[in-house]
Unconditional design. Structure first.
Length: 347
């Protein structure tokens, strides 16, 4: 799974990674994983799936200090007070078709606030409740469209929707992308349900790409950043002490297009220190780009947007390809070191 901010919410380079990992063995494609109806929360939705919704919905992000809500593992929540709201998710990626036969739906619903209208869900054959407001849905066929109709039980009830997890019976890799615009380690501290929901995602490898927004803060403090980063890692390891960690160094960037982000050097040092402490890997995008002031070179090459923070689609796709190649090269080295592959023959 991959945590981050707007770079991850867009799900461009993470979708490149997802597709690449799931094509390692095309006979066992992994599940689609975590999904959030960003459109219902009135923010940009990943292109690879479309969200339709009925009823009035509001969006709340833990990264916005004025927002108040109950947040889970991703730091964004969609809420509604509508009588019969519905969320529908359809998938656009024909090259990487999605196959679902189980779906975990995460809300704060109770019997007296909202119920899921299970009789209106196509192909549903069984429903389990893993916890109050958390429904595990089983389907009698693989589905490629998710329909979630709710019904309000009293006039004052409000439903908080935290996301859903699309699963199947295949043994392939599931790559969860968990991002929301503006996220920082400080904003993740507001997510009271983080540790409650993380086990449902079964973290084996956690990639942490948080730091662009932290370092853009005029009050950035390297020690506070490192402390919060360490606390985030510890929350992950509480769920799975054997979880592998990959820490990514934020890309070179500018603040308000004018001021170079000089805090990235200190953040990079903190990341390497934490990697040594927690035996984590590091993917150093900052150095790959060329270090300080390289953002302008990438912009001039058409790989970064004019804000000098975000990448173009081509830039994100390149970033995803670079990261996948680095991870597979490291994996191949591990296989050689442990005698699973003969280095001379490649077998």
């Amino acid at each position: 799974m991959h945590f981050g901010g707007s770079h991850i919410q867009a799900d461009i380079y993470t979708h490149v990674l997802r597709a690449a990992f799931q094509h390692i063995d095309s006979d066992v494609p992994g599940a689609r994983g975590f999904l959030f109806p960003y459109s219902a929360a009135h923010t940009n939705n990943p292109y690879n799936y479309k969200v339709d919704y009925s009823g009035e919905w509001d969006g709340h992000r833990s990264s916005v200090s004025s927002h108040q809500a109950d947040w889970g593992v991703v730091g964004v929540t969609a809420t509604t007070n509508d009588l019969q709201p519905q969320i529908t998710i359809t998938f656009r990626d024909t090259l990487n078709p999605v196959s679902i036969n189980r779906l975990l739906v995460m809300t704060d619903a109770t019997d007296s606030t909202y119920v899921l209208q299970v009789n209106r869900i196509p192909h549903l054959v069984k429903t389990d409740t893993t916890a109050e407001g958390y429904w595990l849905l089983y389907f009698d066929a693989t589905i490629d469209t998710i329909v979630l109709p709710f019904e309000r039980m009293n006039d004052t009830a409000v439903l908080s929707f935290f996301g859903c997890i699309a699963e199947n019976n295949q043994a392939g890799i599931t790559y969860h992308a968990l991002g929301v615009n503006g996220s920082s380690f400080k904003s993740f501290e507001r997510c009271a349900r983080f540790s409650e929901q993380l086990p449902y995602l079964h973290p084996d490898l956690v990639v942490i790409s948080i730091g662009t927004n932290d370092t853009s803060d005029p009050d950035f403090d390297a020690e506070a950043y490192k402390r919060r980063y360490g606390e985030f890692i510890r929350k992950v390891l509480e769920v799975n002490p054997q979880c592998a960690l990959l820490l990514t160094v934020p890309n070179d960037s500018y603040i308000r297009r004018k001021y170079h982000n000089k805090n990235l050097v200190a953040a990079r040092a903190a990341i390497y220190e934490l990697a040594a402490e927690y035996h984590a890997g590091v993917w150093d995008l900052y150095s790959i780009m060329g270090g300080a002031y390289s953002a302008k070179k990438w912009r001039n090459a058409g790989l970064m947007k004019t804000d000098l923070v975000h990448f173009t689609r081509e830039g994100y796709e390149m970033k995803g390809a670079f990261m996948f190649d680095a991870m597979m090269a490291d994996y191949d080295n591990w296989l050689v070191q442990h005698g699973y592959i003969d280095e001379s023959s490649g077998r």
